[in-house]
Write a protein that binds this ligand. Structure first.
Ligand SMILES: CCCCCCCC/C=C\CCCCCCCC(=O)SCCNC(=O)CCNC(=O)[C@H](O)C(C)(C)COP(=O)(O)OP(=O)(O)OC[C@H]1O[C@@H](n2cnc3c(N)ncnc32)[C@H](O)[C@@H]1OP(=O)(O)O
Length: 142
């Protein structure tokens, strides 16, 4: 679970446990009603956040310490609210610290993709968060 929900013990985005199979992964997801945009349709931001979290956590579960470098989402069809869905993640390629990842969102019992994400995750250098904290301390002291 990411830092925003860890203390609550429940993912507010509605994302389930990730199963890793080699360099691929899958997870059950369900858009919570408070992310509704159009009638019974998920906000596109939910879909993007869901992909970001599932892909990032799948890499964390594989023992990689990464952050999202970029993320592109294609929205093929409206994403329903409250419906059981599956996300499937594949590793496209790796070059040095850069991992190119792709993921698809679909209904649990239908193979057609509702949305697709492609993006680059970058392995963090040692001290990544400490450098960020120090930069913010300097900024606030200005
Ligand atoms: C929030 C962190 C999550 C970690 C969780 C830890 C606990 C785990 C527990 C629970 C899991 C929860 C999981 C949640 C998942 C959510 C994931 C997120 O939302 S991550 C937050 C949003 N992303 C950022 O904040 C990055 C901000 N950007 C940066 O910090 C830097 O730009 C960084 C680290 C990406 C690169 O900086 P450099 O100084 O380390 O390295 P340089 O030399 O610039 O880049 C290294 C390589 O990466 C490429 N690169 C850099 N930025 C790129 C980009 N935007 N797109 C493509 N490639 C990029 C470069 O071209 C270079 O490639 P070449 O080595 O030369 O081949």
């Amino acid at each position: 679970m990411c830092g925003g929900c860890r203390n609550r013990g429940r993912c507010r985005l509605g994302l389930g446990e990730i199963t890793i199979i080699g360099d691929a992964a899958h997870a059950p997801v369900r858009c919570a009603p408070h992310f509704q945009a159009g009638p019974n349709v998920a906000h596109g931001g939910w879909t993007a956040a869901m992909f970001d979290d599932i892909i990032g956590r799948s890499l964390t579960q594989r023992g990689l310490r990464t952050v999202t470098g970029n993320l592109t989402v294609d929205f093929f069809n409206p994403v329903p609210v409250g419906e059981a869905m599956i996300v499937e993640v594949v590793t496209e390629s790796r070059a040095g610290r850069r991992w190119t990842m792709q993921a698809m969102l679909r209904l649990e019992r239908d193979p057609s993709p509702l949305a697709r994400a492609i993006g680059v995750w970058v392995e963090r250098r040692e001290g990544h968060f400490e450098r960020h904290e120090a930069a913010m301390r300097d900024y606030r002291a200005r």
